[in-house]
Design a protein around this ligand. Sequence first.
Ligand SMILES: Nc1ncnc2c1ncn2[C@@H]1O[C@@H]2COP(=O)(O)O[C@H]2[C@H]1O
Length: 319
Amino acid sequence: MTDKASTSRGQGKSKDDDDENDAIEDSDTLNLVRSRRRGDVFAEQYNPEVEDAEETDLPNYPKSPEEKEKLRQAISNIFLFRDVTEEQMERVLQSMEKKKVKAGDVIIQQGASGDYFYVIESGSYEFVVTDSVGKSKEVSTLEHEGSFGELALMYNQPRAATVTALTDGELWAMSRQTFRTILLSSAYKKRKQYEEFLSKVEILDVLTPYERSNLCDALETQTYGDKAVIFREGDEAHGMYLVEKGQVRISSSKESNLALLNAGDYFGELALITKRPRAATATAVGKTYVAFLNLGAFERLLGPCMEVLKKHIDAYKGK
Ligand SMILES: Nc1ncnc2c1ncn2[C@@H]1O[C@@H]2COP(=O)(O)O[C@H]2[C@H]1O
């Protein structure tokens, strides 16, 4: 058992945590911890569905109105924050602490226990995953926006990647406690809601589990009654859709029945790829639930599926 596992689902602090905090407080930069951290796999998994987050006093780091606004901006595009209420947002803004980082700082070490979730204010960050035979692979980089470090806090698992600052920069750090109290329950529910459904969507097979989790955060379910129009031919396009439940008919001015889509099918991607108006009309058949992915998220998250999506476009041309 690791220290963390023996402190019962992360509610107490381990020696490693204290070391980590010391490192941060000592320097005001994240010159974090390499060899001291351990890569054990936790025996116990946290399950937010059966254990409510504790409501305790959260830290309060005073900020100027300008700083608060900058932080609000930095989190405005992060899907994990989308469902927080205005009151919760105030608590988030109060409780996040600014950290300066230097190029080369290891902010998160794969295998370590997790104490902070980070939002990027500035700087570039590299993500490297090392597999069980010790082979390392750079899986992504983030520049000047985005967030990381949610997995270990959400699932009570060791850090899944090593995150290194490639440039000097600034991060906003949210403690495990704040993350659990404010973000965990809605974020976890959202991922759970969509994970099973997305595993059945064929075009998404190329996504890694991590990419799929990010997609869960970005989706929004919309409900349409029988014969309700989802979009019309000629409309400007703002996103694509996955059919969750029910059916969707695709028709155009020339052809009344181009396709009848079922659960697991997708539509609305063509206009996003060609950057043209909608080429057809989409109408619900019976009560229908669709998962909507907005344009920004489509561009950010579905890159790995683009080849398959484009191949599919060729099939439309035959119609
Ligand atoms: N391919 C990836 N696999 C796992 N984690 C990733 C990946 N890319 C980025 N990350 C982030 O790297 C973080 C490392 O710490 P966590 O495991 O807490 O959360 C992880 C994610 O936020």
